[in-house]
Design a protein around this ligand. Structure first.
Ligand SMILES: *Cc1c(COP(=O)(O)O)cnc(C)c1O
Length: 364
């Protein structure tokens, strides 16, 4: 029996191999590699898929985040609310511009506990970064009403939630800006780095278009100090192929998650919950287990890989020592870091392999 990996990206490539290869070849043969037809077409298709007016392709998800806060003028002296169990890139997106992250603990859905946001708002709070972790939206009704009441901007980090919903709208369409990463392991993953923002605000979209290309709208005329953060033609072309299959890929992940949820039965393990009003694209299938390290080791001995998303919460990372936090300051995030475990979850996972994972967990 071969080892079960936590993730497999080669299987999706194999499934649509002819389409991916034809598209890559057509870009290579076109002689046009940056900001051309494929990027423009992908931006239109991604805007339409998410239900947004505009999409601007960028070089990564982290770029989408930090350029958002730069364009919203949120930096030195400003505070941004974010969940304490966020991925490190979420926090870097805030701090690259000099703003301070203010952490709010997660609830039982592993996303920000919206009921605890208001107590963290100060005169310096400028925005809420809503991170839709593991493929599931935050409570966007509550977050948008708090933001309206306190006149805060809302940026959504949808890196892990491609195509899933809060009620009848897709992730990325609630706040001022929705940020996406197309890192290979994400739902609509590229074959390299990529990112994008979506927005309904034409002037914001225009600012991203200018910023990503050295701050220039017209070649060699530079209006602002920008960045080089362009999605390239090959990735955009490959993303168009992936997007054309994204709904079926997400549906397959739902079937895999449903099987885990129906068949894992061990009192030591808490299964993931989906908030009423949300659905999940199951970017990760994350269980909680107080004996997590033992369980991970047990699975490994049975030829099953698993991953911890994430072992150290941002406030305890060396990079953020300057924020002055110590162990015990954010107990929920710290507890989650000690008990979360992402089970193998990928498109193309066989029922037999899933059965092995389920049986191993139930025997643990
Ligand atoms: C992957 C990820 C990012 C960063 O995206 P990159 O494209 O790797 O820069 C940001 N936020 C979340 C929640 C992510 O999962």
């Amino acid at each position: 029996m071969s080892r079960i990996k936590a993730n497999r990206m080669d299987l999706t490539y194999e499934r649509y191999r002819d389409e991916f290869e034809a598209r890559a070849l057509s870009v290579l043969r076109s002689g046009w590699y940056i900001l051309g037809h494929e990027v423009e077409a992908f931006e239109k298709e991604w805007a339409s898929y998410t239900g947004s007016k505009y999409c601007v392709g960028l070089a990564s998800g982290l770029d989408a985040l930090w350029i958002s806060f730069r364009i919203l003028n949120i930096g030195q002296g400003d505070e941004v609310i974010v969940c304490s169990n966020a991925y490190i890139a979420c926090v870097m997106g805030i701090t690259i511009n000099g703003a301070t992250p203010v952490f709010v603990e997660p609830d039982i859905y592993d996303n920000i506990d919206a009921e605890k946001i208001e107590e963290k708002i100060t005169g310096r709070t400028k925005a809420i970064l809503a991170v839709h972790l593991y493929g599931q939206c935050c409570d966007m009704d509550r977050i948008m009403s708090i933001a309206a009441k306190h006149k805060l901007k809302v940026v959504e980090d949808c890196a892990q939630s491609h195509g899933n919903h809060w009620k009848d709208k897709k992730a990325g369409t609630f706040g001022d800006i929705g940020c996406f990463s197309f890192y290979p392991s994400k739902g609509c993953g590229a074959f390299g780095d990529g990112g994008a923002i979506v927005t309904d605000d034409s002037s914001l979209a225009e600012k991203f278009r200018i910023f990503r290309n050295y701050g220039s709208e017209k070649r060699y005329y530079n209006m602002v100090v920008g960045a080089n953060s362009r999605l390239d033609e090959i990735q955009a072309g490959l993303l168009r192929v992936k997007l054309s299959h994204l709904d079926e890929l997400n549906a397959e992940r739902v079937r895999i998650a449903d099987r885990y949820s129906a068949e894992i039965d061990n009192p030591a393990v808490t299964l993931p919950k989906v908030r009423p009003g949300a659905d999940s694209s199951w970017h990760q299938y994350v269980i909680h287990c107080e004996r997590r390290d033992e369980l991970k080791e047990y699975l490994s001995e049975h030829d099953i890989d698993s991953i911890i998303h994430y072992p150290i919460p941002p406030h305890l990372q060396e990079a953020y020592r300057y924020l002055g936090y110590k162990k015990g300051d954010l107990p929920v995030a710290e507890k989650y870091a000690d008990e979360v475990l992402s089970l193998p979850m990928y498109n193309g996972m066989t029922v037999e392999d899933q059965q092995r994972v389920i049986e191993a967990i139930n025997r643990f």
